[in-house]
Design a protein around this ligand. Sequence first.
Ligand SMILES: C[S@@+](CC[C@H](N)C(=O)[O-])C[C@H]1O[C@@H](n2cnc3c(N)ncnc32)[C@H](O)[C@@H]1O
Length: 206
Amino acid sequence: MSKNLKSHWDEVYKTKNFEEVSWFQAEPETSIQFFEKLKLPKTASIIDMGAGESRFVDYLLDKGYSNITLVDISEEALNKTKARLGTKGEALKYIVADAAKFKTTEKYDFWHDRATFHFLTEIEDIEYYTQNICRSLNSKAYFLIGTFAEGGPKSCSGLEISQYSADDLSEVFARCLTQEKSLKATHKTPNGTVQKFTFCLFKYDG
Ligand SMILES: C[S@@+](CC[C@H](N)C(=O)[O-])C[C@H]1O[C@@H](n2cnc3c(N)ncnc32)[C@H](O)[C@@H]1O
């Protein structure tokens, strides 16, 4: 794991409140809208990559899902989430890892990534991430991704990002995923800036 990147994100979560960061969402509506339609069984194995302090996990717990893994490069972020959820989150798995190196023997039915993948700008890291998804999904699994879109921000949290259209994402994940739906979304940051996002739902071909 890149130490610099880990310390960058730890510092962000140490110094900023949940409501202050540009990616803040009181409720991750778009992710929820996509997820709800899938009607996955409550036993579904779910991973949120770069979960940060996202309230997507709160929604999942409220709906009765408990087989949930939260991954983030920042231990600080996961500690905040763990402390916030308290006993409600005791059964969850919290894993501090770099998405570009994360290793797991588990298989997932739903992989969620909002605003994490676009930080992987090196071709090898993107390659690793796509391969990792392909070997870590159960058959009939889904992958939901939200990234900055063309015309959206060129950086976030002082870091370079990559922008993607729905077609770009189809190409990147073509190795084992087929796009089912896409949506152009906007996100309003706490300071009122509007950011363009691309959301895509993929189905695992395996
Ligand atoms: C823009 S925030 C989004 C957080 C969350 N997904 C949400 O929607 O609120 C990006 C998150 O990805 C994490 N992150 C950034 N680079 C990462 C990497 N290479 N591996 C794992 N997590 C990473 C950050 O610590 C941060 O929590």
